[in-house]
Design a binder for this molecule. Structure first.
Ligand SMILES: [Zn+2]
Length: 414
């Protein structure tokens, strides 16, 4: 039988396990926050594996671990593979890491075969994708496209240590982060392999998915002002109750987002606060968060306008006042059609039967997409669970994903 996958699964699995020991929690999860001692130790380990794969290793001033092998053409843009090795508190061992370790496997294959490539190849572990420590994710990848501000360097963690100081204690020079910025044309293609972090692939029984685009998030906070009163004495018809108004609005959010038959619009109210917040008090203020995402920018913006109109209507009816504050609005990021089509073709030849799908969650590829063509591969994860010690992906599925990554790299790197 022809061997479809030229990946050393055993080594890959062993490395996933070995890396997960750094920052291991009692619950069998991993806590490896960016720019900590554990993160440093993890970088050292991964750097050794990069060197074994014939890559020259350095850490840029953003804290990105970069392994590079030159191509025959010294002026050619690089083929970049990357993801992250930092985690959320008590997270899983596959999120991010399989993209980095999978990338190293690809480099190792090229090294072992003694292949001479036209384009340079770079494998990257981006610094602080999760944003847990300093509240600002995709740090290394955003920095690489020049989107990190000086103000961000001053953000402090829970112990009062700024990102600036943390980068310094990592042996880096945060005053020189501009030197790590890449321009358009320096990266030919950026490829990221990641666990799906959702239940779609499992629900259709497929090991691997080919991402066509990453949904654009829009985050708001909504405040509804009413009139506080005693729960026992104010008659229902005389109330201006903001929590009852908020309930109507939240119901509408679910309804309007559910109308997209392709299920690509998603709306979430993740946090709600009532003030003053007593069981026998009609609140005077209710504040809730709103997260709307869609791969289709026009449809997302239409959904947002419908929600805003409904907020206005409900508040008018109920004599409530409202305020909507925008926190983050990002356009969807599309994967390059030529990468998607190439992956579909390779997926067929590898007998993966990999479907096209969208990513609801943001990844480093989203940032790099500002300056380069990107491609993203998803690997099925058990019950869609992620950011949790229960996060799990089968080594056979990871092998299939890395094989698709490998063949895609080989296609572009020649
Ligand atoms: Zn991740």
């Amino acid at each position: 039988m022809k061997q479809l996958y030229k990946i050393n699964s055993e080594r890959l699995l062993q490395r996933v396990e070995e890396l997960s020991k750094i920052g291991k929690t009692p619950e069998n999860g991993v806590t490896r926050k960016a720019l900590t001692k554990d993160d440093y130790e993890a970088q050292q380990l991964v750097a050794n594996w990069m060197r074994e794969a014939g890559l020259e290793v350095r850490v840029d001033n953003l804290g990105n671990l970069i392994g590079r092998k030159e191509g025959n053409d010294s002026n050619a843009p690089s083929i970049m593979i990357g993801s992250h090795i930092d985690t959320v508190p008590n997270g899983g061992k596959y999120d991010g890491t399989i993209g980095v370790l999978g990338g190293i496997e690809v480099a190792q294959f090229i090294h072992d075969e003694g292949m001479q490539t036209k384009y340079p190849i770079e494998v990257i572990a981006f610094c602080d994708e999760e944003g847990t420590r300093f509240q600002g994710g995709l740090f290394g990848s955003r920095g690489m496209v020049g989107k990190v501000t000086e103000l961000e360097l001053l953000k402090k963690d829970d112990n009062g240590i700024s990102r600036y100081e943390a980068l310094k204690s990592f042996g880096l020079n945060p005053d020189l982060i501009h030197e790590s910025v890449r321009c358009k044309g320096e990266i030919k293609v950026f490829l990221e392999l990641h666990i799906e972090q959702g239940p779609y692939l499992q629900s259709i029984d497929k090991p691997v998915g080919i991402v066509t685009g990453i949904a654009g998030p829009a985050w708001f906070s909504v405040k509804i002002f009413g009139e506080s009163g005693h729960a026992g004495t104010v008659p229902m018809n005389l109330r201006r109750d903001p929590i009852a108004g908020a309930a109507k609005i939240i119901g509408f959010i679910e309804e309007v987002c559910s109308k997209d038959s392709n299920s690509q619009t998603v709306g979430t109210v993740g946090k709600i606060t009532a003030i003053p917040g007593g069981s026998n008090v009609i609140p005077e203020l209710v504040e809730f968060t709103l997260d709307i995402r869609d791969i289709d920018l026009e449809r997302r913006n239409q959904t947002i306008s419908k929600i805003k109109n409904e907020i206005a209507r409900i508040c008018k009816d109920r004599e409530l006042r409202y305020e909507i504050v925008e926190h983050l609005i990002k356009d969807p990021t599309m994967c390059a059609p030529h990468v998607v089509e190439k992956m579909m073709e390779i997926g067929k030849s590898l007998e993966l039967d990999a479907p096209k799908m969208i990513s609801g969650a943001g990844h480093d590829a989203m940032a790099i997409g500002e300056i380069a063509d990107i491609g993203v591969i998803f690997v099925r994860c058990l019950n869609g669970i992620s950011h949790n010690p229960k996060e799990s992906a089968a080594i056979m599925d990871i092998t299939k994903g890395v094989s698709l990554l490998q063949e895609t790299v080989l296609n572009y790197v020649k």
